[in-house]
Design a protein. Structure first.
Length: 249
């Protein structure tokens, strides 16, 4: 004999109460958790335990900027709270500086900041802009923190084209002290030249390079080395080098 079990149906108002209660329980828990987190976050922002006291900088280049300079670039002070500042905003401030190419900032609990940055490194000085130099990408930057002696780069005018052309001549294998492109666009073809000074007396070479194919002319000069003494070397005519000995340069 089969027994038939009848399902008991809940009244509609009971079902609605169950649904409403479940929703209220879940959302209420989430809201309570969120409110607690915001309260804890506000408390942390005003906790003296998290006042910024230490910076941990790391340079990915040859130039290491002083820690106070990095703090100034980021607009930091001793009254800043570690959790009240935005690391991404600090990165943008660093990158907006002429001195820094890229940067990454992280919190170092409880009161420090890790600063990983790549400095811009000058490859030549710009005498027309005293105290400024230029990097390989053509960006001008102050020379305050640069190390070592840089070649001087003289330009008829500082344009993208003139900078690009001059930068291609910076050969790290040569002791270049000066590159002068002031006569690169002279009206007379006999006066058009790029002047480069390599070395210092008693072995100083003044090179006269053609505005076009100047890199090829520079490669031909390197084939003449070693060449002792002070010389003026005219390389403007292809496959020909006119060398004159100078008593003093």
């Amino acid at each position: 004999m089969r027994s038939v079990m009848r399902k008991r149906k809940l009244p509609l108002y009971v079902s609605l109460l169950i649904i409403f209660g479940s929703t209220l329980l879940v959302s209420g828990s989430a809201t309570t958790g969120w409110l607690y987190y915001k309260h804890w976050e506000r408390q942390r922002h005003f906790n003296e335990r998290f006042l910024l006291t230490t910076l941990y900088p790391h340079s990915r280049g040859a130039i290491e900027l002083p820690t106070p300079v990095l703090a100034h670039l980021m607009g930091l002070s001793a009254t800043d709270n570690l959790y009240a500042i935005n690391p991404r905003a600090l990165e943008k401030r660093l990158i907006s500086s002429e001195l820094i190419a890229s940067a990454h900032v992280d919190r170092a609990h409880p009161s420090g900041l890790y600063i990983d940055y790549t400095p811009r490194e000058p490859v030549a000085a710009l005498p027309e802009l005293p105290g400024y130099g230029i990097d390989r990408e053509g960006n001008t930057l102050p020379l305050t923190f640069s190390n070592g002696q840089l070649p001087d780069l003289y330009l008829a005018e500082i344009t993208t084209e003139s900078l690009r052309h001059a930068l291609t001549l910076l050969d790290p294998s040569l002791p270049i002290t000066r590159i002068d492109t002031a006569q690169m666009g002279a009206e007379s073809s006999g006066q058009r030249q790029i002047v480069m000074i390599v070395g210092a007396p008693p072995n100083q070479h003044i090179l006269r390079l053609p505005p076009r194919n100047s890199k090829l002319a520079l490669a031909n000069y390197k084939k003449l080395l070693p060449l002792e003494g002070n010389h003026v070397i005219d390389l403007r005519i292809p496959q020909l080098a006119y060398i004159s000995l100078q008593k003093s340069c």
